[in-house]
Design a binder for this molecule. Structure first.
Ligand code: UD1
Length: 351
């Protein structure tokens, strides 16, 4: 039995087209949700928007600190995989659910397929970088979104026969809904999102974000991630943000609403990984509030993304620049999931 293991908002978006493609080939499959993202606006609402069925099982693991969640996920996933007699798992991205699933599957000899393999920020302070390198180390097939990922895996000594440049399943989902995306906000506006621990888990980071928001004298829509909201409340600075007249705070949005506001925005400031790719695909200027990116294909001038380093004025100039032509990233054509499934069917006659 083949099992997709998902747990967070970006996992659902990356997995949905692969699941759909496997269904169209009548491959038997199950979907396990760890429960890492549990609020309806981070989980069920997203599933509806991307037309993905509810997972077959939800472990509901979202209490406790990070270590406790990872421990419980590893144990819960292993029990589930044994119960349904799994022989292959398909894992997406770099989140804690993906990492936990890789340990659980490896422990009981289940084959691991990693979608979005090989991306590297070379910054081991990021939990996602630690997750990625470990997930790749135990995976049997490595599906990559961009050439840099293949280069990284080769540099790390991975066997070339395990790796495939297939494109980006998150962009498959975006292309599928693209025609449904409509303008929701009048006039010129920007969008910002922040949730990285390095930016939001300390008061200085949050204050830097506020100072950037102050520099943008246009409307900014700010859907707040639960982690960020908790930290803003803990440090008692919610009023400082509310006081900024240009900033409109809101809850995390559904996928269609969020992609709609991104598509028609003048620019985006973020620390997300996926949004760097989505803005590049749509030709929307993006400033990433980080020292590095694991997605170098998104960087200007090929992509539309710049990293906010020590010269914020240069970055903001980029943000205020005119929209670019939509870049043409190799294999980001809506067919990555088809390629993945063709390769899986070609390699595993047991599917
Ligand atoms: C996780 C991923 C990150 C990804 C992001 C997308 C890891 C290490 N990080 O970060 O790579 O970009 O998801 O959103 O896996 N919370 C809620 N409701 C929810 C989900 C989370 O209140 O639906 C709370 C949690 O209880 C926790 C905090 O938000 O206190 C952070 O959640 P967590 O899942 O640990 O990490 P993210 O910051 O979402």
């Amino acid at each position: 039995m083949l099992v997709h293991i998902v747990g967070t908002r970006p996992n659902f978006i990356k997995a949905a087209p692969v699941i759909r493609e496997l269904s169209s080939k009548n491959v038997e499959q199950l979907v396990l949700h760890t429960g890492q993202h549990y609020s309806s606006n981070m989980s069920n609402d997203i599933l509806k928007d991307i037309n993905m069925d509810r997972p077959n099982e939800n472990l509901g693991i979202n209490n406790g600190d990070r270590e406790e969640k990872i421990f419980n996920m590893i144990r819960g996933i292993e029990v589930y995989l044994k119960k349904i007699n799994a022989n292959m798992v398909v894992l997406y991205g770099d989140v804690d659910s993906t990492f936990s699933a890789s340990i659980a599957a490896k422990n009981i000899g289940v084959k691991i397929i990693h979608v979005e393999s090989g991306l590297r920020s070379f910054d081991l302070e990021m939990p996602e970088e630690v997750n990625r390198t470990n997930i790749d180390a135990v995976s049997d097939i490595l599906f990559c979104t961009e050439q840099s990922a293949i280069d990284n895996l080769i540099n790390e000594g991975f066997c070339k026969s395990k790796m495939f440049l297939v494109g980006n399943t998150m962009i498959d989902t975006l292309i599928k809904v693209n025609k449904q995306l409509t303008k929701k906000i009048d006039g010129i506006y920007y969008v910002c999102t922040f949730h990285r621990p390095s930016n939001v888990d300390n008061k200085e980071g949050l204050q830097k974000i506020i100072s950037i928001l102050k520099l943008i004298n246009k409307k900014v829509v700010f859907p707040i991630h639960p982690r960020t909201r908790k930290k803003i409340e803990t440090y008692g600075i919610i009023d400082e943000i509310k006081y900024l007249k240009n900033v409109k705070l809101c809850k995390p949005m559904g996928y269609l609403d969020f992609m709609s506001i991104i598509k028609y925005s003048a620019g985006v400031i973020t620390d997300s990984g996926g949004i760097q790719e989505e803005t590049t695909f749509m030709g929307v200027p993006c400033v990433t509030f980080r020292k590095n990116t694991e997605r170098p294909i998104t960087l200007y001038p090929y992509g539309t993304n710049v990293l906010l380093n020590s010269v914020p004025n240069v970055c903001l100039k980029h943000l205020f620049a005119k929209r670019q032509k939509q870049p043409n990233i190799p294999l980001w054509d809506g067919k990555a999931s088809q390629r993945i499934v063709d390769i899986l069917l070609g390699n595993y006659n047991t599917l």
